[in-house]
Design a protein. Sequence first.
Length: 210
Amino acid sequence: MVGIIVWRTILFYVVLLISVRVMGKREIGALDPFDFVVAILLAELAAIPIQNLGHPSWTGVLAIGVLVALQVLSSWLCLVSDKAREIISGQPTVVVRNGQLMEPEMRRHRYNIHDLLAQLRLAGVPDVRDVEMAVLENNGQLSVIPRSQKRAVAPQDLQIPTEYEALPVSVVLNGRINYDALRQHQISYTWLREKLQEQGIEDPSTVFYA
């Protein structure tokens, strides 16, 4: 019995992992109401055949496959149709405009003032009068756009020229040289060794991160 439970757990772990990868990164990063329901159903569909040994494994796999197909279909509909996206995922709602609370919209979505003020503070804008626009997104997060006079000063505002800054390239990870990154950015192994030696490092395997 223990072996069967272990085997089924491994099976549905792999099935769920593949399912999440098929549905895309969006399912992990931001859950709107529809995605949240799908996540709950995936967990339930996997738990039933794992716990109930009299329940055939293939029925759980089939149910998960159907659910994934429905999710992929709904994602495609949202991609090609604005109306479908509105029905399935809903629409963002403006709750603050020009420093004024949009009370009708807040009441319609049962979004109270305490939650709004808390999310504004988390966004670094404690005063609602300093908000140009605040949008309640489909996943419940609040996007805050401060007034232009309240935003942080950027070099462009002071007309200060800046140089281009690219993303850092990870060339050594946990003692292993990232040869793919070296090839992609046309960095030679000799150059890497020379740079490490300049810092007193002879063996790249002793480097945790570079």
